[in-house]
Design a protein around this ligand. Structure first.
Ligand code: G3I
Length: 387
């Protein structure tokens, strides 16, 4: 828990910024208190935005796609949210509707209804549509454990990917073909994460998934998607190395992979962010001929001060600092936030604040009003080099 500031706002002004920053840094003895002061009271950080353009327009002006994750029910229950989404977003990704446990009520059944609703919404509103995710070790249906085994796993995986990719063929901008398959802490030499697919099919399940997806939908961009690649901490550094090795292996074998998805669930309390190292990683990925997508961007604010004004400034700083580094790499072609409004975020249930305050991770607040995070993203798109 971050201690409350010991001084009132008035004191801040009286003391002057530099003396204060030093005082707090000494007192707290940690970099992120300085970071807080910098984010809170840096007069230069005004998050000013020029013009009235929406996020998708600012992104498109630089050849970047901006979109967000959503569930059909968020639209169906809220026309105001629909309008906000259509205004700012050029792409839709179903948050859950294309996962196995939603698509596959039984081994011999598919239920595309919820994802079809979103695909049709995207089509009628001139938006792109992206799929998440064909192969993952989570979100598997209840029957999976009993029904799938070493003998039938390959057939079931091929059937699933073929049916789902053919169902959306020609309508799908890109697929997260495989999600979160790397975990160096498991200790394997190839850095792979534990997964029923790895158990049943060996490490070639990844290559198989991409081959089958390419045959079923030759038009879709095929992406490997993962998290925990963003910070200058040992766990993320190891993951960047293992992920790059996987991408190199797949490219060397001529596997039809076209992009890397970097989920980018940022941690506002994490100050170990090294732009140089992140840029170097992005450049290494791009040098393989791959595109890069920021696929699930949001900012986890659970360890920030309760005051929404304080939190919004710090969250906005994270958005702008991160995107200004990432968008400097021209292979980055898309940015998707994992939700658009604080009213609908996975973090409310998966990463709630211990003080019970509502989380504030996304560009719009729960009343669909723009926050400084919106400004921060707009500024990052405006300042990004054109693709
Ligand atoms: O729809 C059912 C509902 O009928 C039921 O009453 C309720 C209670 O069990 O569960 C509902 O399903 C939940 C679903 O979200 C929709 O809310 C699942 O239990 C829950 O596990 C699922 O969580 C999703 C999670 O992935 C696991 O699939 C989150 O919404 C989603 O934001 C999260 O997204 C993941 C990405 O796919 C991969 N990257 C990380 C990211 C965050 O964890």
């Amino acid at each position: 828990m971050i201690p409350k500031f010991p001084l009132s706002r008035r004191h801040f002004v009286l003391l002057g910024l530099s003396g204060l920053a030093g005082a707090i840094a000494v007192k707290a003895g940690t970099a992120h208190m300085n970071y807080q002061v910098q984010a809170l009271y840096n007069p230069k950080r005004d998050f000013k935005v020029v013009g009235q353009a929406a996020l998708k327009q600012r992104a498109a002006a630089k050849g970047i796609i901006y979109g967000a994750a959503v569930e059909p029910e968020f639209f169906q229950s809220n026309t105001g949210f629909q309008a906000s989404f259509v205004r700012d977003c050029g792409m839709i990704v179903p948050e859950n509707a294309l996962k196995w446990h939603e698509l596959r009520p039984a081994p011999d059944k598919f239920n595309f209804a919820r994802a079809d609703w979103l695909a049709e919404f995207a089509r009628t509103h001139g938006m792109l549509f992206r799929g998440h995710t064909l192969v993952w070790n989570h979100a598997l249906p209840g029957w999976f454990k009993e029904f799938v085994n070493r003998q039938n796993a390959e057939k079931i995986l091929i059937e699933h990917i073929t049916a789902v990719c053919k169902h959306y063929a020609g309508r799908m901008h890109s697929w997260d073909v495989v999600n979160e398959a790397i975990e160096p802490e498991v200790g394997r030499s190839d850095g792979l994460q534990n997964s029923p697919w790895l158990d049943f099919l060996g490490s070639d399940y990844i290559e198989l998934a991409f081959q089958v997806a390419a045959e079923a939908d030759p038009k879709a961009m095929l992406v490997y998607n993962d998290a925990g690649l963003e910070y200058d901490i040992p766990k993320h550094a190891a993951k960047r190395i293992a992920t790059l090795k996987l991408l190199e292996r797949l490219k060397k074998r001529g596997v039809p992979i076209h992009g890397l998805g970097i989920q980018s669930h940022l941690m506002a309390h994490e100050s170990a962010f090294n732009p140089k190292k992140l840029r170097a990683f992005l450049s290494d990925v791009a040098s393989l001929g791959l595109k890069i997508l920021v696929t699930e961007l949001d900012v986890i604010d659970k360890q920030l001060p309760a005051d929404p004004t304080v939190r919004d400034r710090m969250v906005a700083s994270k958005y702008e600092d991160y995107l200004s580094v990432v968008l400097d790499e021209k292979a980055v072609i898309a940015v998707l936030t994992w939700g658009l409004s604080d009213r609908y975020t996975w973090l409310s249930s998966f990463n709630p604040r211990s003080d019970g305050q509502p989380v504030r991770p996304l560009p719009l607040d729960s009343n669909l009003k723009r926050k400084l995070a919106w400004n921060a993203m707009a500024r990052a798109f405006d300042q990004a080099p054109k693709r």
